[in-house]
Ligand binder design. Structure first.
Ligand code: FAD
Length: 516
């Protein structure tokens, strides 16, 4: 269909406009909207689309204030939309104010660059010159003053006020303000270096720098590795008490205990837990695969590969390894083209009768606990398991770089209960799994695709407000993983990320708390 022929999908954090939704998106919206009018056949548009996608991902947290949309003017059914706005050349970008009227044709927006940073700054310029009514979700962007700070906590009930001290020309303060707009219990204001009274009183000498101002009047420097936008935003989003807003109430530990009817198990957020890996195996083998009474053809091949990879690389306790081994040898001996789940279950149960062979029954989530029973858990465990397997394959010196990823892909395709997840994952695998040609690149491939999924799901209903989807690992977990380019934009150090992953998911780092 035409929708599929376009350059964007909803997974890009870009609203795909059509005749049907154009009014509801653009007219009377409480957010400003930037719209790209393009033609899918136009070379410049094709070249610009990755830039627009990066921009969308870069400012996805700003959505309630300013959202991104795109419309394919080459699609027959969209012709009226595009001519209605007087579009003749592609790509054309327009900025629509919040609460635009039906006759609005938007403001010109200069897009003559492939530099995401420049585009982002132009969006801020547009927001700052936004006429009334101001988009309600957009926090104040103008510099703050001594007077505002003095009375801040009288009128605001937030726990943290972050002050970003910066030069007049710097956009960092405004960027961080917008990056935090979906978070509760924190507010951000910029203080200009020219605001001498405040700067001298507080003894600030570095620009940019970020300080936390407490209701008691204490000022503490925010510790970051590099004084740059992404580092401030990461750190502020993860302050104690800061949760994503617009979600079912921020939960406290007491409520957690009651709502899950299971005791909350305190855990280290930067740890990998064997209890999660074993719970994942339990759910996968006793619940998910059990949904198939007969396992045949492609599904049988998938199951064999999956169990074989687990037998080789699952970093498990000897009892669990011994169980996997016996399931594996039984399974590889099945030469027919189908097996029944009953037969597999018998092997799982029988093997477990021997004292030194077992797969613990039931789920006991630790690092994958969610603040509601329907959040996190199994999919979290699945990711954890697959990362651990790619790392184990590398550490054990496997021979086939794609062995684990391909087994994972087949398992997800044949069995993973979340069908939309499976489809998305299959698309990513088809796109780029061929590029994986070393065991290290397999580890990094999974890391970067997982981050893509995190990007797509940030702010989604399935996100646990206490565990917001972030680009992972955050700087406090791996400082060396994060660097900046010359222009101050964030950049991953892939070399360091690899070292980090190899150690984070190595068998010696796996924590054994809460095991039976
Ligand atoms: P998860 O994303 O599950 O991550 C688990 C843990 O892994 C995190 O707590 C963190 O410690 C670590 N981690 C996070 N990012 C990385 C990374 N980049 N590299 C290494 N470790 C990391 N849900 C949908 O709604 N739509 C989908 O299309 C979708 N696709 C999925 C595809 C697969 C293959 C899987 C396994 C799950 C998918 N899900 C999808 C579920 C979703 O990704 C999450 O698993 C779920 O929302 C639970 O999120 P979480 O907060 O527990 O963190």
């Amino acid at each position: 269909s035409a929708a599929e022929a376009g350059l964007y999908t909803a997974s890009d954090q870009v609203i795909v406009l059509s005749q049907e939704n154009v009014e509801s998106v653009l007219i009377n919206s409480s957010a400003a909207v930037l719209v790209e009018f393009y033609a899918s056949w136009c070379g410049h548009c094709i070249a610009f689309s990755p830039v627009y996608k990066s921009l969308a991902s870069d400012i996805k947290e700003w959505k309630p204030a300013v959202d991104l949309a795109a419309v394919d003017c080459a699609a027959e059914e969209n012709r009226k939309v595009c001519t209605g706005f007087g579009i003749r050349a592609y790509p054309t970008i327009k900025f629509f104010h919040a609460y635009s009227k039906a006759d609005s044709t938007g403001q010109a927006f200069k897009a003559s660059t492939h530099d995401v940073r420049v585009l982002r700054h132009r969006i801020i310029d547009k927001l700052e010159s936004h006429e009334e009514p101001w988009p309600p979700a957009c926090p104040p962007l103008e510099p703050t003053s001594q007077a505002e700070i003095d009375s801040f906590f009288e009128t605001n009930s937030v726990q943290h006020l972050a002050l970003i001290f910066e030069d007049t020309k710097s956009y960092i303060g405004r960027e961080v303000t917008l990056d935090l707009l979906q978070y509760e219990n924190v507010a951000v204001r910029r203080v200009l270096s020219t605001e001498e009274g405040l700067v001298t009183k507080l003894g600030v000498t570095e620009f940019p720098s970020c300080y936390l101002y407490s209701p008691q009047g204490n000022l503490t420097r925010l510790k970051v590795n590099i004084e740059a936008r992404t580092f401030y935003s990461y750190a502020l989003q993860r302050l104690p008490g800061v949760v994503r807003s617009g979600k079912p109430l921020p939960v406290t530990l007491d409520i957690l205990t009651n709502s899950t009817e299971e005791p909350w198990r305190p855990f280290n957020r930067s740890g990998v837990y064997m209890a999660d890996l074993e719970s994942t195996l339990h759910y996968s083998l006793r619940v998910e695969v059990a949904a198939h009474t007969l396992i045949k053809g492609e599904a049988l091949t998938s199951l064999k590969k999956y169990i074989s990879v687990l037998t080789k690389y699952f970093p498990g306790r000897p009892v669990v390894m011994s169980l996997l081994k016996s399931v594996n040898s039984w399974l590889q001996n099945q030469t027919g083209d189908e097996i029944s789940y009953e037969a597999l279950k018998e092997i799982l149960d029988n093997s477990a009768q021997s004292p030194d062979t077992a797969l613990p029954e039931g789920e006991r989530w630790v690092g994958c606990q969610g603040s509601r029973p329907h959040l996190r858990r199994y999919p979290c465990g699945m990711w954890t398991l697959f990362h651990a397997l790619t790392v184990q394959a590398k550490n054990a010196g496997g021979t086939d770089p794609q062995e684990v990823l391909s087994a994972m892909r087949n398992y997800v395709h044949s069995f993973f209960g979340c069908r939309a997840c499976a489809e998305h994952f299959e698309i990513m695998a088809t796109e780029s799994l061929v590029e994986v040609n070393t065991l290290s690149s397999a580890v990094l491939w999974l890391w970067s695709r997982h981050n893509r999924v995190n990007n797509r799901l940030a702010g989604d209903l399935s996100e646990d407000p206490n565990f917001p989807k972030i680009q992972w690992p955050p700087p406090e977990m791996c400082p060396a993983c994060h660097t900046v380019k010359e222009n101050g934009e964030h950049k991953w150090s892939q070399e360091q990320v690899l070292l980090f992953l190899l150690s984070h998911f190595s068998s010696s780092s796996i924590l054994t708390d809460y095991l039976e």
